[in-house]
Design a protein around this ligand. Structure first.
Ligand code: MLT
Ligand code: ZN
Length: 478
């Protein structure tokens, strides 16, 4: 339930569109993308400039009003949903959607926090460059959220996560001061790196308002292949063969199951399976062949032919044109949304050392299905990064998803996360902690990690107004 908060100081520093109180306009932003978390807020504050963000945060600090920064609201972990008691206001960055500049010579783009990822892709392309980070939510995810969650996606294998792509950062700190670190300096040794503290902080240490982002050269030639294999083990072997034969040109290497593929095809009628026959596992491979289009194409074909001949690859096909390549990617990018339609499920975004991932997928899948009868385990994603999205779906016929989640959410999460820790991995590879994994972070973190997290949080946000209830485990959760 929303609380009575005096909005007049905010109205004094924002324009007419800057304070949204109409319930119809607010409601869509109170629930997370998966529909799992429901919050409340009396208003959405929507500043248009960094100075306005600073003024808003300053007022919030003065009055002790918590703020929940929000971009495209595509968090997978409830990271941008306000608390249920309505004590916080949403701070939307969506109006700050200008690409301030693109410097093609320096390979840099200066973007405000509300720029939608797909719009940056288009702008970079128009400058004959590209921003090498992509994910399924690219049509709504914003730069501020991508920075704040240290987003990953399907090109991390070659280009790294957001952390490696942010060359400079501007943010408003919890006292309302502006941190201007936008200059892209190759060398800067002024002690603690504020930029890296804010990347992945999920809005708990301040509000990212703009970022200087690194661009890569545009790809003038790509090869997109779809490959069928028996197990993730053969998929990883193929990645190693490709890297050995083609060099560091593998842009994407994504795995999915036959069931995952079928589910996408059932939801999107104009897509069809790239392969003629089913295969237990599928791999989508994208290669940057700009350096040597013909040589790279024949190296890819030869490698696939060798792997088919030795039985490691069951079948493979190359996209014959851009439309086909895009269709392959649409399959991959539709996995999450199609699976959402299948019914209640628990999602785990986990990483383990790459070499251990094939066994982890198979063993943990079997074990969770044996321990919780009726559930369906599945995995897909970024095998080459040692990161998969491991999902556990409720038994067929489960109609009351929230009852199932309240009964099984905790034991299944603990089961999966214990397996992750035993394999030397992380319970959050690229989606962050948000509300969803906060208790598990508390349960599974070392005292050293927890103490450092808390010390940083209370030093920078002593009033605790920045994105409450996210990331930092509660006292009862550690
Ligand atoms: C993906 O790789 O598709 C995204 O990280 C979202 C998801 O968890 O499905
Ligand atoms: Zn992912």
């Amino acid at each position: 339930m929303s609380q009575t908060i005096d909005l007049s100081p905010f109205r004094a520093v924002l324009d007419e569109r800057g304070v949204v109180t109409d319930r119809d306009d607010i409601t869509p932003w109170l629930t997370d993308w998966r529909g799992r978390y429901h919050g409340d807020a009396a208003a959405i504050l929507a500043p248009a400039t960094t100075e306005q963000v600073a003024a808003v945060v300053g007022i919030a600090a003065q009055h002790g009003i918590p703020l929940v920064p929000q971009g495209g609201n595509t968090s997978m972990v409830g990271g941008a949903t306000p608390p249920a008691d309505g004590r916080a206001l949403i701070l939307s960055l969506r109006r700050m959607n200008r690409i301030r500049s693109i410097d093609a010579d320096a390979n840099l783009a200066l973007c405000e926090a509300g720029v939608i990822l797909a719009n940056l892709h288009d702008a970079a392309q128009a400058a004959n460059r590209r921003f090498p980070l992509s994910l399924g939510a690219k049509g709504s995810a914003t730069i501020g959220g991508l920075v704040s969650t240290n987003a990953g996606g399907t090109q991390v294998l070659r280009h790294g996560t957001m952390r490696g792509l942010v060359a400079g950062l501007e943010a408003v700190l919890p006292d309302g001061s502006i941190y201007d670190g936008l200059a892209a300096l190759k060398k800067d040794n002024r002690g603690y790196d504020i930029r890296h503290l804010l990347i992945g902080a999920e809005g708990t240490l301040g509000v990212v308002t703009a970022a200087t982002l690194r661009l890569a050269p545009a790809m003038t030639s790509t090869l997109t292949a779809w490959v069928g294999v028996a197990r993730p083990h053969e998929a990883l072997h193929l990645l190693h063969r490709l890297e050995a034969q083609l060099g560091p040109v593998v842009e994407g290497f994504e795995i999915l199951t036959e069931a995952g593929l079928k589910n996408v095809l059932a939801h999107i009628p104009d897509l069809r399976s790239p392969l003629n026959a089913p295969a237990p596992w599928h791999v989508l491979v994208e290669i940057d062949s700009s350096g040597d289009p013909d040589g790279t194409a024949s190296a890819l074909e030869n490698t696939l032919a060798v792997e088919v001949a030795n039985g490691s690859v069951l079948d493979a096909t190359l996209a014959q044109n851009e439309a086909q390549a895009q269709a392959f990617w649409r399959i991959r990018e539709s996995l999450s949304a199609s699976e959402k339609a299948l019914g209640p499920a628990l999602q785990f975004d986990v990483s383990v050392p790459v070499a251990r991932m094939p066994d982890f997928i198979i063993d943990t899948g079997r074990q969770v299905e044996a321990t919780f009868p009726g559930v369906h385990a599945s995995a897909y994603g970024h095998l080459g990064d040692g990161n998969v999205h491991f999902h556990v779906r409720a038994p067929d016929g489960t109609t009351d998803g929230s009852a199932w989640t309240s009964e099984f959410g905790k034991p299944i999460s603990q089961f999966i996360h214990d397996a992750v820790v035993a394999a030397g991995g992380s319970i959050s590879a690229e989606h962050g902690i948000g509300q969803m994994k906060r208790a598990e972070l508390g349960r599974l973190s070392s005292p050293a990690r927890l103490a450092a997290l808390r010390a940083i949080k209370s030093a920078l946000d002593p009033l605790g107004i920045m994105n409450p209830e996210k990331l930092i485990p509660l006292a009862s959760e550690a």
